[in-house]
Design a protein. Structure first.
Lengths: 165, 166
């Protein structure tokens, strides 16, 4: 019994070591995963948000994108929307905040492929959006293209993907 | 609180925890239906179990209701991890077959598919689609809804998470 307990303890220590290693030295995939989750968090908002805080968060959200970012969003019920550059993202974020009371954006599933140059990546993302007072949520598959610019992974392109095509 | 022998108690707890992770995360996943695309077979907000062991010995069959992940996993580890959101659909087309819809009836290689589960009216028309060697054609049972609002089409074998136990 003592032997089994020691083995379990050793396994737990090894697992903790591996976990610590991934925290201290995260892979590019994990960095991108974390960054996209932060972007989703910044895109979310609650009702009654202070206008100044709201503007600041829209600016923060734009910071996740490159200056020449392109967004091509084609939703079945909302048509085609094209955005280019950070300014248009800030405007769109402000517009969304004025139209919806609150919005919860999450990326529950992601698949990330980092290029061989280690400075570009493509993330296939499931985007889940829930509006204020709405029990149901909207799910859309999207493709994010990212580039490592100035040490940060920035989103350079976003496009909707037609599921099961 | 820990009984006579705390070590035995901790060991048991660890084994139970490991068993729960294996059973409820790796072998079976539970899903809650959100939407009407699988009516009348699966009602909105109903809960089902998906078996990830179903296709260990054989490949998916026509008529199976399967859970399909949206994004293809990036490596073998994330393939083991169950997705948070899946599509629940029925397989009607198998690899290499040609699938079409004419006046609401599904055609497989030009032959009308017998679908006893399909009880709602349908008027869909879709051009023939030929499946690749690793592709399946999946569609919901509720084909009374507009064709453009109903997610259906080709999926890759590695997108199929498991078979729903109805």
């Amino acid at each position: 019994m003592k032997m089994v307990f020691q083995l379990l303890l050793l396994a737990a220590l090894i697992a903790a070591g591996v976990w610590l290693w991934t925290i201290l030295f995260p892979s590019p995939e994990n960095i991108i995963r974390k960054r996209l989750a932060q972007a989703a968090s910044e895109a979310s908002f609650k009702s009654g948000e202070n206008p100044l805080a709201s503007a600041a968060r829209a600016e923060t959200l734009a910071g996740f994108f490159s200056t020449n970012v392109e967004l091509n969003i084609n939703l079945p019920e909302h048509g085609l929307h094209n955005l280019a550059g950070r300014d248009e993202i800030i405007q769109a974020a402000a517009g969304a905040r004025s139209m919806a009371g609150s919005l919860k954006v999450e990326f529950p599933d992601m698949s990330i492929r980092v290029g061989p140059d280690k400075s570009s990546a493509v993330a296939d993302v499931v985007v889940q959006v829930q509006a204020a007072g709405n029990k149901e949520f909207y799910v859309q598959e999207m493709k994010f293209t990212l580039q490592k610019i100035g040490g940060d992974w920035l989103i350079t392109r976003v496009e909707t993907v037609r599921t099961l095509s | 609180m820990f009984g006579r022998n705390p070590k035995v108690m901790l060991l048991r707890a660890a084994l139970w925890a490991a068993l729960c992770v294996v059973v409820f995360k790796l072998l079976f996943i539970h899903i809650r239906v959100d939407g009407i695309s699988m009516l009348p077979t699966c009602a909105d907000q109903s809960i089902y179990w998906v078996s990830r062991l179903a296709y260990l010995r054989h490949e998916p069959q026509r008529g199976d209701v399967v859970a399909i992940r949206f994004v293809t996993p990036d490596d073998s580890i994330s393939r083991m991890e169950p997705p948070h959101i899946v599509l629940l659909k029925r397989i009607i087309g198998l690899p290499g077959e040609t699938v079409a819809f004419v006046n609401g009836r599904a055609l497989i290689n030009g032959e009308i598919l017998d679908e006893p589960y399909e009880t709602l009216d349908c008027n869909w028309n879709c051009a023939p689609v030929t499946l690749g060697p690793d592709q399946y054609y999946v569609v919901g049972d509720n084909r009374s809804m507009p064709q453009e609002d109903h997610v259906h089409g080709k999926c890759e074998r590695n997108q199929i998470v498991g078979k729903a136990r109805l």
